[in-house]
Each structure stands twice: as C-alpha cells, then as structure tokens.
Design a protein. Structure first.
Length: 251
C-alpha cells in the first residue's frame, strides 16, 4: 500500500502552517477530493475519507481495495467552512465523510434530497450557470457529462484565484477560460476522461496549471499519470502531479 505524502497530525500541521502564509493553498486528499484554503477559510470538494465503499463491495466482483490510507480522519476537518459535491456517487458524496465534517454542503439541485440524506445537514442546491456565495468563496456550477449520473463541475473563486474542478466527466467544454488551476480526472473508465483527454480539457479552459485526480484510490479503477504528463508536454500545458496529502500554493 502506498503512503500519503502527509497524513494525520503531520497533514494538519501543514494546514495550520498555511493559515499564516499568503496565497491560495491546495491539498489533494485522494480520488477527486481537495482541500482549498484562502485567508483562513477552507473549502472541501468531493472529499472521500471513510472506508464505506470498501465495506460495501467486499466479496463482490469489484472490491474497492484502497491503494493508500486516508490522509486524515474526516472529523478532524470540522474547521471546513463549506463542502462541494459534484454528484451522487459515494466517492464524491460520502455520508461517513460529510456527517463527520459537519460543514454546510453545496450540491447539484437535481440530487438535493440525496445530498440532504447523506449529509444530515444544511444543503444549498445549485444548477448549471448559477453562482452562490458559500463559506467565504464564490462558487459557479458549470457543465459536466457523466453517463447515468447527474454531474456538474465548479469554478471556485478563492481570493483573486479561479479554480476549476471538472467533477467526473467525459469530454465536455464547461465554457470557462483562463483558470489558475484545472482539476481533471484521468482514470479513463466508468465515464471519465483518460489522461490525454484530461490534458486537452485543461488546455481548452486555458488553465495555468493542470492537476490530475481520480486515480490511485481503488485498485480496480485507477491509472498512472504518465499519459497525462506526456500529453501535457506535447501541448505545452503546465501541470503538477500531487501525492495524497501534498500541498501546493498559488501565491
């Protein structure tokens, strides 16, 4: 099993250290989950920090065997000001994570009842094209296409920075340009982009930096970032490959 770059107390120490540093701070939590910090406020996107899927699929044809331990127990992120979910799959809308964090949730309007059931708390519904203010951040819902599931992406304004999280998606132009970061899935199966497609999507939205996600969580549904890196190189697209628990800062 792989080890996170930082986990537990060490991860939280890095989060605490970043509170006193300028810029927008981003940590990859694994799968499509990210923690974003700006001016002392914190936003979570698609956090999956439980073992609910491992338990659910044990003994089936698709066992969800973790490839790395969780970065941090979700209750230790109770300082988060808001959580965003892109769609209703459990690795993006996890009851065990959401209820432990306890922060207000923003979720697609078409799955708001499911979101309320999973989170057990306050949910703000959002539809494509809408903008909400949440937890000190400005959040816009943008198109995504995920077969068999209603999914949206987000453009998150944190201070002067704009961060695009595509959610789970096949090829779709979200209609945004000039973002500082694009978080894009690369697993290439179950209705998601593969590495080269993810690199091209980042280029399409004119991302200053592309960050791959949705891999290295479960053994049955992963990919290496090699093809993503190669296509970014071909396109001249700047990129950053993170390890779970690793931070980068936009300053």
């Amino acid at each position: 099993m792989k080890e996170p770059h930082l986990a537990g107390d060490a991860f939280l120490a890095d989060v605490d250290a970043a509170r006193g540093e300028p810029g927008v701070h981003v940590w990859w939590l694994g799968q499509s989950g990210f923690l974003i910090g700006c001016e002392g406020r914190h936003l979570l996107v698609d956090p999956y920090l439980s073992d609910s899927l491992t338990a659910k699929y044990e003994g089936t044809e698709t066992p969800h065997v973790r490839m790395h331990p969780r970065v941090v127990a979700p209750e230790r992120l109770a300082f988060a000001d808001v959580v965003l979910s892109t769609h209703g799959h459990t690795d993006h809308l996890d009851a065990g994570t959401l209820q432990a964090v306890g922060a207000p949730l923003v979720a697609p309007a078409r799955i708001v009842e499911l979101a309320r059931e999973r989170s057990g708390g306050e949910v703000t519904p959002i539809s494509e094209g809408e903008i909400v203010a949440a937890g000190g951040f400005r959040v816009q819902a943008v198109p995504a296409e995920h077969p068999g599931e209603h999914c949206i992406g987000y453009v998150i304004e944190a201070g002067a920075r704009r961060l695009y999280h595509s959610g789970d998606t096949t090829w779709v132009d979200p209609g945004v340009r000039g973002v500082d970061v694009a978080f894009v899935p690369i697993n290439g199966k179950l209705g998601n982009l593969d590495g080269p497609e993810a690199a091209r999507l980042a280029r399409t939205v004119d991302a200053a930096l592309a960050v791959p996600c949705h891999y290295d969580m479960f053994e049955f549904n992963t990919a290496t970032p090699d093809a993503f890196v190669a296509e970014c190189g071909r396109l001249g697209q700047p990129y950053r490959v993170l390890a779970p628990g690793e931070r980068f800062t936009l300053d």
